[in-house]
Design a protein around this ligand. Structure first.
Ligand SMILES: NC(=O)c1ccc[n+]([C@@H]2O[C@H](COP(=O)([O-])OP(=O)(O)OC[C@H]3O[C@@H](n4cnc5c(N)ncnc54)[C@H](OP(=O)(O)O)[C@@H]3O)[C@@H](O)[C@H]2O)c1
Length: 339
């Protein structure tokens, strides 16, 4: 017996935006025979994340480049369809890092069992997964929020940003989100209950954007940066004494800019003036503390106290286009491809 598999192979490094030429859709048969402790899963939800674009860079980043000629790596929520493991049975929902493929044969040590009664299984790729871990430890450990601090979050309507903003509110901060477009800004203030929102698209010049952020904040104690580029240039001169700047991402630089970045960083003299600190944070540095984050955050999710917004794109064939759409801001919250 075999399974009719479909896989997206990563075959060519993009210089700018990802397109069809960088991926190949291949059909194959997956042999259904299992060795001891092996499990076959069928993907139900596949994650598309900005780091996928970082790892397409030709040179080392925080990781070696994603190899060409293999299935695109990614987080997946799947369903067990065959099992030779005592730990998993057919029908179980699992999280895996099995990539852009319909079926995958995994050793059971590569799988995490999900309990749909505890939280929606999709949360394993969002609020109770890598984005949640990034937001939680990035804000709490690097940001060191105190009640009354003004926290500014760029990319605030996205997967990580929307969680940082809510964790900041729970820590007693005054939270201002920066996002693209009036609808996303309304989501930030009306749905997430933030204290203010700035639509960076409505302010195309650096001076105009800075004035808008200044008017909304009056100064910044913590800047959680998901975007980089002009937004960060606009925020840095607004930092207050002993501000904390967390560099989580620089998505404005990923599609092409990583290899030919803009001249930056600028305005770092303000770090001196305000004796501020700047720290990069990486999700994987906190992987071993996942249980700690889940213990704190899962009860909030269960009680409906955290908005874990998700955007779904339907169809396995849509994966490369969905990845691209992150750079066009089409998602609200976590972007997932539903199979
Ligand atoms: N350090 C880590 O371990 C770690 C882990 C996860 C994610 N990250 C980083 O965190 C950031 C957010 O990731 P995510 O998964 O939560 O993605 P996301 O925010 O859900 O999606 C990306 C969003 O970025 C915004 N964007 C795209 N291009 C932009 C540009 N040129 N200028 C301004 N905004 C732009 C878009 O929102 P708008 O419509 O508002 O423009 C888009 O919706 C990324 O930089 C990612 O690399 C880092």
């Amino acid at each position: 017996m075999s399974y009719q598999n479909r896989q997206w192979y990563y075959v060519k490094r993009p210089e700018g935006r990802v397109s069809d030429e960088h991926y190949e859709l291949r059909d194959s048969e997956l042999d259904a025979r299992l060795s001891a402790n092996e499990v076959i899963i069928r993907a139900r939800l596949i994650s598309v994340d900005p780091y996928i674009r970082i790892q397409q860079a030709e040179r080392n980043t925080y990781d070696v480049p994603h190899p060409l000629g293999i299935v695109q790596r990614a987080g997946v929520v799947g369903e067990v369809v065959a099992s030779a493991s005592a730990l998993f049975k057919v029908g179980d929902a699992v999280a895996a890092y099995s990539g852009w493929q319909l079926y995958a044969k995994c050793h059971h040590s590569e799988l995490t069992l999900l309990d749909p009664a505890q939280a929606p299984v999709s949360s394993a790729l969002g609020v109770l997964g890598m984005p949640g871990r990034t937001a939680w430890f990035g804000l709490m450990e690097a940001g060191r929020p105190r009640p009354g601090d003004t926290l500014v979050v760029s990319g605030a309507a996205g997967a990580v940003g929307s969680l940082v903003a809510q964790f900041g509110k729970r820590a007693g901060c005054r939270v201002i989100g920066i996002a693209g477009g009036a609808a996303k800004c309304a989501f930030l203030t009306e749905t997430l209950g933030l204290d203010g929102a700035v639509d960076y698209r409505a302010h195309p010049t650096l001076d105009g954007l800075r004035a808008a952020i200044e008017a909304a904040t009056g100064g910044v104690d913590i800047y959680f940066d998901n975007v980089g580029g002009m937004i960060t240039d606009a925020v840095i001169p607004l930092i207050k004494l002993r501000a904390r700047i967390i560099i989580c991402g620089a998505i404005a630089q990923y599609d092409g800019g990583l290899d030919a970045p803009e001249l930056a960083p600028r305005f770092l003299q303000h770090m001196l003036f305000k004796r501020a600190s700047i720290q990069g944070i990486l999700a994987r540095d906190y992987t071993h503390r996942m249980d700690e984050m889940i213990k704190t955050v899962a009860p909030w999710v269960r009680r409906g106290e955290i908005v874990s917004q998700e955007t779904y794109v339907d169809g396995f064939e849509q994966l490369p286009a969905a990845l691209n759409s992150l750079f066009e801001g089409k998602n609200l919250g976590k972007l997932l491809v539903r199979i």
